[in-house]
Design a binder for this molecule. Structure first.
Ligand code: AP5
Ligand code: MG
Ligand code: ZN
Length: 224
């Protein structure tokens, strides 16, 4: 079970990929979360990634590929994984294919959302500093929630969610996503997910797309 989520910044990759990984009992691997973890720890990789991320640009392929291949080589990813935010270039996709035996990934889910909606979502997003989970600020405020409902961690606004950085991220990501969509479509592995129907609706569509990879019991639970 090797699944990737494709989509522009704010499409809901993180929101959906995490839930899908939990339902299918496989590892959740987010390139953005890993880079933010390295930054928080002050590692050399974190320091290198920081400048690119703050400008809304892609971290160079070589270091990104190395980080992800090491991560999916770990024990918990042996039975499968859901990738959020990787691959993001054709070079990364090629490296992933070469690293995986038995014909590469099983499925690529492309979460499609209009750009006006992406900008709106990112300006309303807060993320957990500890576990990385994204939330809609407006909803948390309305419920009086001040800490991460999942782990109790501190909520913050990502520096790359400033409007000018969001614009740059979309500009950088647009052509890369288009190439990747073509790449996986030509392999018959792409499923488009309508990303503008609320979190639950999107999750149902994701579950349907993944049902052929899950055991019946798990699929039923994922849909209900
Ligand atoms: P990364 O952290 O991956 O950022 P991103 O791709 O720009 O995507 P986001 O995390 O912003 O959006 P998302 O699709 O996860 O949406 P979310 O679920 O949060 O990467 C950050 C940076 O790291 C990159 O810019 C780059 O520098 C570097 N990097 C990472 N991977 C790399 C790679 N492979 N190569 C090179 N560099 C790399 O949802 C967004 C908001 O909307 C949330 O508030 C959420 O609650 C809300 N929401 C979600 N779904 C819905 C819905 N259906 N309806 C309404 N609201 C929703
Ligand atoms: Mg994300
Ligand atoms: Zn948390």
């Amino acid at each position: 079970m090797r699944i990737i989520f494709l989509g522009l910044a704010g499409a809901g990759k993180g929101t959906q990929a995490k839930v899908a990984a939990e339902h299918m009992g496989v590892a959740f691997v987010s390139s953005g979360d890993l880079f933010r973890f390295h930054q928080a720890e002050g590692t050399p990789l974190g320091l290198l990634a920081k400048g690119y991320m703050e400008r809304g640009e892609l971290v160079p392929d070589d270091v990104t590929i190395k980080m992800i291949l090491e991560r999916i080589g770990q024990e918990d990813a042996k039975k499968g994984f859901v990738l959020d935010g990787f691959p993001r270039t054709l070079r990364q996709a090629g490296a992933l294919d070469r690293a995986l035996k038995e014909g590469g990934i099983d499925a690529a889910l492309y979460v499609k959302v209009r750009e006006e909606e992406l900008v709106r979502r990112l300006s309303d997003r807060v993320s957990c500093r500890r576990c990385g989970t994204p939330y809609q600020k407006e909803l948390l405020d309305a419920q009086g929630v001040r800490k991460c409902p999942s782990c109790g961690g501190e909520l913050y606004q990502r520096p790359d969610d400033q409007p000018e950085v969001v614009r740059r991220r979309l500009q950088v990501q647009r052509p890369e996503i288009a190439s990747l969509v073509g790449y996986y479509a030509s392999q018959g592995k792409l499923t488009e997910i309508e990303g503008e129907q609320g979190v639950e609706g999107v999750a149902r569509e994701v579950s349907r797309a993944l049902s052929k990879y899950a055991s019946p019991a798990k699929t039923k639970r994922a849909i209900s």
